[in-house]
Design a protein around this ligand. Sequence first.
Ligand SMILES: Nc1ncnc2c1ncn2[C@@H]1O[C@H](COP(=O)(O)OP(=O)(O)OP(=O)(O)O)[C@@H](O)[C@H]1O
Length: 644
Amino acid sequence: MTKKEKKAELKAVKRKKREEEDNNDSDADVVQQSKKKKKKKKAQKLGHDRFGVILPFSAIHFNDYHSFESQLYSFPLSDDVKQLRKLACCNIRDPNSSPTPNPLPRSVSSISPSDLPTQITTTLSCLPFSTLNPVQRSFIPLSLSRSSSTRYLVNAPTGTGKTLAYLVPLLAARDSMSSLVIVPTRELCNQVVKMAKAICKKVRVAKAVGGEDREEQVERFESNRVELVVGTPGRVKDLMSMPVCANFMSRTGVLVLDEVDVLCSKNFSDDISEVAGMLRGRGLWGFSATAGKGVRDVIGEDAVFLKCASEGKGGEESKEREAMKTNKGGVDKFKEVEMLEEGLGAGATEAAEAGTEATEATEATSGTSPEPLPLPTLPPTITQILHVTSSHKRPKKLLHILPKILSCAGLRRKPQCMVFFSTIRELKEVSRFLDRNGGEAGIPPHAPLHGDIRQDVRTKTLSNFRAGKFQLLLCTDVAGRGVDVKGLKYCMLYDFPPSLETWVHRSGRVGRGGNGKEGIEGVVYSFFERKWRKLAPDVKTMLEGAGQWIDPNLKELVEGKKKKKGKKEKKEKKESGGSEGGGGGEEVPKGIVKSREELAEEIAEGNAMDDDEFGALFRPKIKFKRTNVTEMSDDEDNDDDDEE
Ligand SMILES: Nc1ncnc2c1ncn2[C@@H]1O[C@H](COP(=O)(O)OP(=O)(O)OP(=O)(O)O)[C@@H](O)[C@H]1O
């Protein structure tokens, strides 16, 4: 027998053995295997977003998070926290009632200093605001009234003060336990640290952030009893597994994941899993403006889910309510009081009365399959001007729009604008384009902010922008989430993001602060390229849900008419041998002799166009007021079918 034949025979024997083993599998094994398959399928499902590109939620096993009941850490509560718990309990139904063993607090509509424990009042008195926002009014008493090991998932619109909502209880309980806050970006980390110090000067806070001196960060743990750590996933994992941090970790009662949906995504899942594994049995608080059902399935079905919508503005409230109902994502709770009543549900109240542990009934959809994921919600206080366009037209449109919004005649503070890009390459290209043409068009100097820039320069750039030292910031998503620039009114999405969640977060850089009712208004101008046509139906639904203006081209894109129409027109033009004038009824204004392609080439080369050419092609009548948005006419820009 040759070697080859021997090998083949061995293979055949092995195969036969395997087949026999398979046949011998008991029914139980088969059931187990099918269960495993189902589990795998479910995990894969969670790993898929609406379009196969966004937020691939990772297989972080938060569901096992609380299976270690025996290891549950019970931290001795400080008197202050006990007092707040008592207060929260009394607030449930009747302020004079005695506290129930398992408190379900309503939101505290007005927190009067005399009601509150000193530690909380000291913390709150450092805030520069007179009232608390809905998410703060709801979450602060709720978190302090329940076991520190409770898991929460809190969804409230961008810019509504979620950072304070988690910092206040953490800082109030700092005598009893330490806390770990993880955020996705360095910029956000610095911001949270600054805010923590602003509301509690004495807090011993340490950073665990990439891009900064690691040794210095380690030293901080050697020399001090650290009460609060704020960091980014990689460095947190790195430091927290060091012996020097063991003491801090053993005292840590709560892990906060700010921007939880992105932290649960593939990019960060390994680091987060590892840190979560070190903190089994402690509290887990997830916060995001776009945390919904998908994230909840990862965090655990039994987590308390709070969804908080903005209160809306006066007379517009009912309109917004109505509009929101049409949103697939379904803002089902409109005010924080409703949120808690619905969030905790009748079952929970009964359980509270019986003195047993309540299981929080959350969304009506609880327990059903996460498919399809609900749409994120656009903050209604922000005006969205989404403009369907072609890639090559964007630079010139930028030249047209930016001078209008950045002109500061008669204004005390110069208006500022953040322009978002999805790639550093694109950002650099536009930056060069603005260097060449911006001055002539009346655009003030700009600065870039992206991941290729050294961290100290990034920090300096952002702080200068915050201080109003320059008006125009070109940035990637390093500044897309959580970053707070006070008074920022304008934001542009030069690249429309592949994820609707990212759209919501980038948009949320404007219109921040206020007390819910008096949110500062902001305007977001997005270029929606035709290559994103797959997103168009959801984009339209979200715009409608927030009561925004809809570009007729977007409607056409959704209805699928545009393509046919464009093709027909192109064919007609070809047949008639007519000059290029653009589809959708666009006429070539007199005096323009160049074709669109020629103009596009010029744009790409950065050559300035003369006024007529410019005006004829890019003349949207933009009024940056919500009521007038519908006046924005886009006839001139009725793109033909020039797809990218
Ligand atoms: N009660 C309040 N009244 C007025 N302004 C507030 C209040 N609470 C927070 N703010 C301000 O609102 C702004 C936004 O707060 P914060 O950054 O916490 O928002 P956020 O909800 O975390 O937003 P994002 O989802 O974008 O991260 C900050 O400038 C903050 O100082």
